[in-house]
Design a protein around this ligand. Structure first.
Ligand code: PGA
Length: 267
């Protein structure tokens, strides 16, 4: 094979490691992994369009998926990828949190993704951080029901927190947990402080899809970029399945791929 051809083929660019049931792709750069995931999502959207069907995406916030969203926006603008058949469910939102607040995940998703594509507003679902406390349980049950009514999540994008959380399922979350209100771990609040004026301003609670809701997805991409994630991603994919690392439950599912950049990589 000519060098040029070889370079253009994405699947030759990563190392593949298989830990038990879990395929892990290790890339040199977050951008390469993000492009690969975005292209896989675009292919799945196209496939569903050809079949005249909707596709349901589970979406994450945080620094990890930003490049995936940028890539999907690029595919929309430059290659005409349409999102009209896409339904989305976001993993989580701080509680309490207004949509307009600088730190809201509602705002994050619109700024990085929804405002730049042709998704139908009624197909976007993000947990609402303004629901009155006494209505939260019913709200969460309804969110879970809406996912089921949409046909379940086809592709779930996940980051991982340094506590091993997925969504805001902190250590102690059980495997079948549904969408619900949770308390944030101390380390999670500490890491979130960079987005707030101080750690004291970080909400103590959040509404999150559960571990059970997340791993019902047919395909899951778990992404972890940077040295600071190396330890926890190793525990999640190589270690025991345990409540103290909620991401480790991914080993009980038919996960499609987890992607991480080389541990020595800084980002
Ligand atoms: P990050 O957060 O992408 O900002 O590192 C990931 C997470 O907490 O799930």
């Amino acid at each position: 094979m000519k060098i040029k051809e070889k370079e253009s083929i994405g699947y030759l660019k990563y190392e593949l490691k298989t830990f038990e049931k879990l395929p892990v792709k290790i890339w040199n750069e977050p951008l390469e992994a993000s492009r690969h995931v975005a292209k896989s999502i675009a292919l799945a959207i196209h496939q569903k369009q050809q079949d005249g069907e909707q596709i349901v995406l589970g979406l994450a916030t945080g620094s990890t998926p930003i490049k995936v969203y940028e890539e999907l926006v690029w595919l929309h603008k430059e290659e005409g990828l349409s999102f009209q058949n896409v339904v989305t469910f976001n993993l989580d939102e701080y509680y309490p949190m207004s949509k307009e607040a600088r730190q809201s995940y509602w705002r994050f998703m619109h700024e990085y993704f929804f405002d730049h594509i042709d998704i139908l507003p009624e197909n976007i679902h993000i947990p609402d951080g303004t629901v009155p406390m006494e209505a939260v349980t019913a709200y969460c049950e309804r969110y879970e029901k809406l996912i089921d009514l949409a046909g379940g999540i086809d592709i779930q994008i996940l980051g991982i927190g340094r506590t091993g959380h997925i969504g805001f399922n902190e250590p102690g979350a059980w495997e079948t947990s549904p969408t619900r209100m949770v308390r944030l771990d101390h380390l999670t609040r500490h890491d979130a402080a960079k987005d707030f004026q101080s750690e004291d301003d970080v909400p103590y609670r959040a509404i999150t899809m559960g571990v059970g809701s997340i791993f019902k997805a047919r395909t899951v991409y778990l992404l972890a970029f940077g040295q600071h994630k190396a330890h926890i991603i190793q525990q999640a994919i190589e270690g025991e399945i345990t409540h103290s690392v909620p991401a480790s439950f991914c080993k009980n599912t038919l996960i499609q791929g987890s992607y991480w950049t080389k541990p020595q990589q800084k980002n």
